[in-house]
Design a protein around this ligand. Sequence first.
Ligand code: G
Ligand code: G
Ligand code: MN
Ligand code: NA
Length: 252
Amino acid sequence: LRLETFLRRSLEKNEMFLNYQPQVEIDTGRLVGVEALVRWNHPELGLVPPARFIPLAEDSGFINQLGKWVLDEACRQMMRWQAQGLHVPKMAVNLSVKQFERGSIAGMVADILKETGLEPQRLQLEVTESVIMNTGDALGFINDLHAIGVGLAIDDFGTGYSSLAYLKQLPVQTLKIDRSFIKDISTDVNDEAIAIAIIQLGKSMQLSVIAEGVETEEQAAFLLRHGCKLAQGYFYSRPVLAQDMLERWIDH
Ligand code: G
Ligand code: G
Ligand code: MN
Ligand code: NA
């Protein structure tokens, strides 16, 4: 309960900030985008992990305010990097199921894009399979988002229950292979089979596929060999501050 009280005041107290994790093209090492990941630094509690506060924010409804703040901050950061000479092609932002339950969020997203000046095609919204399957009118909301020109990615792909028939109807451009399948990719035959199946699925449905949680060169090589061109994970970079992005990626 104390945590919830603290959480409610976190935004006004400027305790939230964003980290950015690079997404790269495996064979060239080229930066193709970043994923924004929210962090909460409380003066007494220290860094509270998102796994603790995101569910709490979802239960209390605070996620709507927080989600809006994250989106706004992430879009503003794209414009700041641009002004500093760093072109980051795409910004990926996670959406929570609760942000859909309120009704169409396309209006909110459109307002933020307009205010910040970020081109819609440079924003990619990540939704998990379970969000899509468990939200009554997910297809409607996703179509609304598609209509304003933003990209959509299915996060943690392979862990939910999306039927392929349903997937076919969704205007998504990207599948993110869940990191649980990448972890033992070269030693566990089941994980290997799942990863390969997702890569093939992406190829046949003309979707781009990005592997999450890539930690080793072997994993990257395996993915590339099987036709997965994009990756994100500690092998390339941990989630970092905006300033670190600038130092590491400018002129690349
Ligand atoms: O770094 P990692 O510990 O950041 O993130 C843990 C979980 O928190 C992930 O499942 C991630 O999707 C989620 N998460 C991180 N940032 C956000 C955000 O801005 N919004 C939502 N809804 N989830 C987020
Ligand atoms: O659920 P989602 O994919 O949005 O969350 C991303 C989460 O994965 C974040 O917690 C992020 O810190 C974490 N992450 C990113 N790269 C790696 C990695 O290479 N290994 C592990 N174990 N976690 C990672
Ligand atoms: Mn994600
Ligand atoms: Na994920």
